[in-house]
Write a protein that binds this ligand. Sequence first.
Ligand code: C2E
Ligand code: MG
Ligand code: MG
Ligand code: MG
Length: 279
Amino acid sequence: HAKSEGKNHFQFYRDELNTRAHDRLVLENRIRTAIDKQHFQLYYQPQIHLASGELIGLEALIRWIDPDHGVISPADFIPLAEDTGMIGRIGDWVIDTACKELKLLHAKGLDQIKVAVNVSAHQFKNGEHLCNVIQSALQGHQLQSKFLSLELTESILIDDINETIRSLNDLKGLNITLAVDDFGTGYSSLSYLKTFPIDVLKIDQSFIRDILEDKSDKAIVTAIIAMAKELDLHVLAEGVETVDHNDMLKEFGCDYAQGYYYCRPIPIEELIERYTEQS
Ligand code: C2E
Ligand code: MG
Ligand code: MG
Ligand code: MG
């Protein structure tokens, strides 16, 4: 009896694996089709200068607009796109589209706004290609490099430190802004901050969520802000959802904020409408 049960378990386990492998394959093919048919769209979320309340930049966040399934969030397809290398083509499209759409905003008079693009490990490892894509996007859309920023997560940066420094220097050589995304979640050594040519630390939203009540979160955030000041880096807080979050971060001397308190990620047309009406 025990033996047959074991066999059933194994059978179950194998079916489970097959189903998952099958699901992945289906998703992979759907992503491939979405790339070919250009079913992606960039949404943009404002980045605000806390002291003045002014809009200074946008973060481009990809959405997959599927004819059958509607809007699919990046968490549901970026990881697989990354594993399969499909993120290469998607990422190239993101950089070009972000530059193109920022020009639309500039043409409406909001001509000092920057755009930040998320870059995956796969893209960062193909540094030469990444630099080329950035250069041709900037040239093709007649955009000055100071208006483009790249967001790289801490985990991408700690892989091979010497290689990382080389790649970051190449990117910095293009005169773009470099930001560390989800800062504080990467379990990495802080010593690299002085060797990497980075400009901005984006404090991960997990530290902001309970900042009003949680003493350790408060301590971590104030420490990051103090350290950033000493290192001549700017700090942006992610996940700012309430006026209390906002006021506390402002009081702590955080430079920039981004979150639902200001605006959810929205398509460029909506963003233009919103920010040209009010001014
Ligand atoms: P991220 O770069 O850290 O982006 C911030 C995420 O937090 C976004 O989720 C944004 O919509 C969400 N967010 C913004 N404000 C708030 C807030 O006040 N509260 C809460 N709870 N969340 C907020 P989204 O758009 O689902 O993107 C998730 C992640 O997917 C991004 O995290 C980024 O790592 C990745 N991603 C998005 N677009 C791209 C892309 O074009 N390329 C690559 N490689 N990754 C991307
Ligand atoms: Mg980001
Ligand atoms: Mg983040
Ligand atoms: Mg994130």
